[in-house]
Unconditional design. Structure first.
Length: 318
């Protein structure tokens, strides 16, 4: 199947997406293989960049032609200033970021091997997310969709609830989280896109079609989908009452870091644009796949033109 121009941005002003959650200073080291024990490992490339689930998703929105805003928290320190400056330079509105006195900004060290797999050692100061501002429907009314991750649950819940009250798509990045976090956030979401590990953990099984069915029954009010990397993505189609799967585009993975975040950002923008679900999933899948071909975490997020061109050439069996 050859895709049409259905994946291009719609006419009119760029759609506005609010992303809520993680903002981290990542240090990426590229290595031949991931370590299996103690010792010293010598990288052959490195990069420092501000990212994190919500931050990388916001960058994807901006790269795909949307208007991205980020609500997150950093420490009132040099690292925090660098995180905000880096994200602002990347085209993200960071005016809603919180600087927290007495807390350290989030940092992580990440090893990426030649197969594109990674090992992540993150540090989040518990003091970063103790302050939670009120969020009203007026606060989110200017946005066309909101996307929250699981790193700041209390703010995520308030934002999802305000979005639902305002009649806006309220999208949850259902990644692995602490006990009870998904269960707390999911009832307020209109759309939930789970990572495979989080979905399997909640459903108690690894068979993906079964997982989607179980999660749909658990959260029947919401659109439910699961991303499974090279195994594609699965979702419950509410129109036909069936589970649908989409094969992943075939690429040579160089770096899978932030691929799921790019998927979520692309999905949020597509929903904000009113794109039908199947097209939204195709757009998101291709954006994530193209990112995997580039080392550097979120820096591999493709432009809208790159995604549209790739989609025109992508044939997927139905």
């Amino acid at each position: 199947m050859t895709t049409s121009f259905a994946f291009d941005a719609p006419p009119g002003p760029a759609r506005r997406v609010l992303c809520v959650g993680a903002a981290v200073m990542d240090t990426l080291f590229r290595v031949r293989s991931l370590p299996t024990g103690q010792g010293k490992i010598l990288p052959y490339d490195m990069l420092q960049i501000a990212e994190g689930m919500a931050s990388s998703a916001a960058f994807a929105v901006a790269r795909l032609g949307g208007n991205a805003s980020l609500w997150g928290a950093v420490g009132n320190d040099a690292t925090g200033e660098r995180i905000i400056a880096d994200l602002s330079k990347s085209g993200i509105d960071t005016s809603g970021m919180l600087r927290v006195d007495g807390a350290r900004s989030a940092v992580s060290t990440i090893l990426v091997d030649d197969q594109g797999e990674r090992l992540i050692v993150p540090f989040y100061d518990v003091g970063l997310h103790e302050t939670v501002k009120p969020v009203t429907r007026q606060d989110v009314s200017a946005f066309d969709a909101v996307l929250v991750d699981v790193r700041w649950p209390k703010l995520a819940l308030r934002t999802l609830s305000a979005a639902r009250e305002a009649g806006k798509p309220a999208i949850l990045d259902g990644d692995v989280a602490g006990d009870g976090v998904i269960e707390m956030l999911a009832p307020a979401a209109s759309h939930i896109v789970f990572s495979q590990p989080a979905a399997e953990r909640l459903a108690g099984t690894a068979e993906l079609v079964t997982v989607v069915g179980l999660l749909k029954r658990k959260f029947e009010h919401a659109f439910i989908s699961v991303t499974a990397g090279e195994n594609g993505c699965f979702w419950f189609d509410d129109r036909i009452g069936e589970i649908v799967d989409l094969a992943a585009p075939k690429v040579r993975a160089v770096d899978t870091l932030a691929a799921g975040d790019i998927f979520h950002g692309a999905f949020a923008l597509a929903i904000a644009e009113g794109m039908p679900i199947e097209e939204a999933m195709r757009l998101s899948s291709m954006a994530a796949a193209l990112k995997c071909q580039v080392f550097g975490g979120r820096t591999g997020a493709p432009t809208r033109a790159e995604v549209s061109d790739a989609l025109r050439e992508w044939s997927v069996g139905r």
